[in-house]
Design a protein around this ligand. Structure first.
Ligand SMILES: [Zn+2]
Length: 430
């Protein structure tokens, strides 16, 4: 039997309210024992983790991996290595690949390739509509049978409410959560950054907070009508947080997430026409940042994802109007959360870990995100005292666009186990 003992670390397992010093025993890829002092079996490999933090492997449910089709930006291999370097053991890939993942074969390709790679776990999502065009529904049932865990047209919102309503009924029938990118395109128009004082100063066309709010409202109304499980991606506005809280109180099955860029940064980051800060939703003003943090604190926002969106350097070295949208984020998300939410006094470490493990696992319905006996041994070990500076040149991702470049963070994974296999040592020794 293959045994590994994680000895004397601070074990954080929010699914069971655990935050205590103790040992974890892994046997044949499964958590055999958790907590207290465990005497190691013969031949066990022992990791002495005094002063370190042991958490369930992190789960990121919004990641753009680009393969198939845009392997120049990212591949499943570089993306999944990047995830592991952030302490993330499971990712949900977004369907805006080339071609769009709207039928069985791209789903099967991704699952097969991820198995061969044997890095982090990959759970693909499928498109809501064919080609993400917002016109005809995708092959949800076939994709579900091939292994998707959610449907989303992320990158765009389904603009036609009649089609969105049908999609929600269809997703509900197939037991799939529908994940919405909320945006009213008539309102966001040709905007490139948050509409406010900074966009006025830079003379750049703005995207109002209300363009997102309208999308949020329509999705909530339709989820209430259809009874579909709804997850709202990358929320960034004050009204979005308030509307979601209101509909959660009414019993609507809606969960919500945000990403580090929306709680770490404000639209001031766009100053100097910094195209690395161009993303959708746009990074917003202080007022919205505060509301997002409040939503994280009061539980309205239960998930932190990254919206990891790798691009070529050349695609950002354009004018602000022409640059592509998005930033890489897999290797900085835990550190950003720890530095800007935990160290800043907004969340406890356990609350942060909850939003990056058990809560996203529940959204997509996978048996991960806990350290309970019998669970698959997906485990991350963090050293919270490591102070480091984000440099995209040192990251595993192929993406060259990082909005966090040069920022100082605390906390880094030092060991990452997937089904009991240490993955990080191998990647970092290359
Ligand atoms: Zn999106």
């Amino acid at each position: 039997m293959n045994s590994i003992l994680l000895s004397g670390g601070r074990i954080i397992d929010p699914a069971h309210g655990i935050d205590e010093i103790g040992d974890v025993l892994i046997q044949d890829g499964i958590i055999a024992q958790r907590g207290g002092e465990i005497s190691p079996p013969k031949n066990a490999k022992i990791y002495n983790l005094a002063g370190k933090v042991i958490t369930p492997g992190l789960i990121d449910i919004q990641v753009h991996l680009r393969e198939p089709g845009r392997e120049d930006k990212e591949t499943l291999e570089t993306g999944l290595k990047s995830a592991l370097c952030g302490g993330i053991t499971s990712v949900v890939s977004m369907p805006n690949t080339t071609p769009i993942t709207d039928s069985q074969s791209p789903v099967e390709f991704q699952i097969k390739r991820a198995k061969e790679l044997n890095l982090a776990n990959l759970f693909p999502s499928g498109a809501i509509t064919k080609g993400q065009k917002g016109e005809m529904l995708s092959e949800m049932w076939e994709m579900k049978n091939s292994g998707i865990v959610a449907v989303t047209d992320d990158g765009v919102d389904v603009q036609n409410e009649g089609i969105l309503e049908k999609a929600m009924l269809y997703a509900k029938t197939h037991g799939l959560v529908l994940m919405s990118h909320c945006q009213n395109e008539d309102m966001s128009g040709n905007g490139v950054m948050h509409e406010g004082a900074v966009s006025t100063r830079l003379a750049l066309p703005g995207i109002s907070a209300e363009a997102e709010d309208m999308g949020v409202f329509k999705n909530l109304i339709l989820a209430e009508k259809t009874g579909c499980r709804l997850h709202l991606l990358h929320n960034s506005t004050k009204n979005a947080v308030e509307l979601i809280a209101m509909f959660q109180k009414r019993g609507v099955l809606v969960t919500a997430e945000t990403c580090p860029q929306y709680f770490c940064l404000t639209d001031e980051i766009c100053n100097g026409y910094n195209t690395f800060a161009k993303m959708y939703p746009p990074i917003r003003s202080k007022e919205h940042q505060k509301a997002v943090i409040e939503g994280l604190k009061n539980g309205t926002i239960s998930v932190i994802s990254t919206d990891h969106a790798p691009h070529l350097h050349s695609e950002k070295l354009r004018s602000f109007l022409e640059a592509t949208w998005g930033s890489v984020g897999l290797e900085t998300s835990f550190a950003a959360g720890y530095t800007y939410l935990v160290k800043a006094g907004h969340l406890s470490l356990s609350q942060l870990v909850e939003k990056m493990t058990i809560n996203p696992a529940k959204v997509i319905g996978i048996q991960r995100g806990t350290l309970e006996k019998g669970a698959v041994a997906d485990i991350s070990v963090f050293d919270l005292d490591i102070k480091w500076t984000a440099k995209v040149s040192e990251m595993q991702t192929k993406g060259k666009n990082c909005v966090f470049e040069g920022m100082e963070f605390f906390g880094k994974p030092i060991h990452v186990f997937v089904a009991g296999e240490e993955k990080l040592e191998k990647i970092l020794s290359y």
